[in-house]
Ligand binder design. Sequence first.
Ligand code: 1CP
Length: 359
Amino acid sequence: MRIWIEEVYMNSASPLFLRAIRKEAVDRTPLWMMRQAGRYLPEYRELRQKYDFLTVCKTPELAAEVTLQPLRRFGFDAAILFSDILVIPEALGQELRFAKNHGPLLNPVVRSAEDLATMSAEGIEEKLDYVAGAIQEINRHLDPQVPLIGFSGSPWTLAVYMIEGQGSKNFQNVKKMLYTDPELMHQLLDLLTDAVIRYVKMQVQAGVKALQIFDTWGGILPIPLFQEYSARYMQKIIDAVQSEDLPVTLFSKGGIALLEELKDSGAAMLGVDWGTDLARARSVAGANAALQGNLDPALLYGSKKVIAREVERCLQVFGAESGHVCNLGHGILPDIPVDNVAFFVDQVREISSRLHKSA
Ligand code: 1CP
């Protein structure tokens, strides 16, 4: 009896998002949205009139304000630290700029052993201590039932930006290095893995309750090379934080084949991108990890009828069973109407509560 009471107490005390990842009983499916803090929110755009993007990232009070904005409006089941994956390349010595309508620019690019020679992961915690400051500030205001997710880019995805210097269509420079100087590529990935491990450990110490590794460009690797250049390094990160007892989510964009590659990585949860069939993802990787996703971000342009239909389709995959965190299958687009987001959030709550009740 006592054990039963304790279990019930612990279940109801632990946040819905974490319970779903551990596949414990839930009474609805938790929801958050990748890029939930950002440009689709008028209050974010207003704040950005006054401060540039990196100033927001580097000022704990501003980063906390922006992190909390979507929670005030929509009451998501998790918060994500407001920062960017590219603060690591900046801390390693590349200049980071966000040119208007161009996205990020990193300078100078990494193309040779000499470019790498001056870079070291040592001391990166001090260079990024503003992130620890932001985490502490966010947690001062956050409902304890809403865990704060810390994050980093994967070593591979960070390497892509450091080599290309910006977003890319064909990834010529990174692929050139991959095939002409794999040793240098591994040196860069080793350096980045060291930096990411230091960085996420710092985030954990500062108070994040979960971690997500964004491997946005995992899918540009041919599948036979994915383990060697991306998965292996993400696994080192998981191993390094294993003793911290917090769930790590891997989000590699690139479909079912990547989930197959990642299912034995030890990740507590795998992100499913919007192009992938969630039911197939579940049958491939659902026994090993919880799954997160995976509605098409562009769905939120749709009518109410269409949004409701697709939310139902997504939530039906798990029905009343745990092990699913509802999310978009990539970041929300900047011109999505806020009212559509509100409707989407209501639908996820309503439909998932119904599916759990009727089970
Ligand atoms: O206000 C602005 O103009 C800046 C837009 C912006 C924002 C809001 C950028 C520039 N980054 C961010 C925040 C951000 N980036 C967050 C925290 C906010 C949240 O999720 O609510 C996170 C987790 C990221 C992660 C990120 N940055 C990724 C991985 C996720 C993904 O979308 O694939 C990547 C690839 C980046 C690089 C980056 N930073 C910013 C842009 C526009 C980009 C993409 C560049 C490209 O298209 O290659």
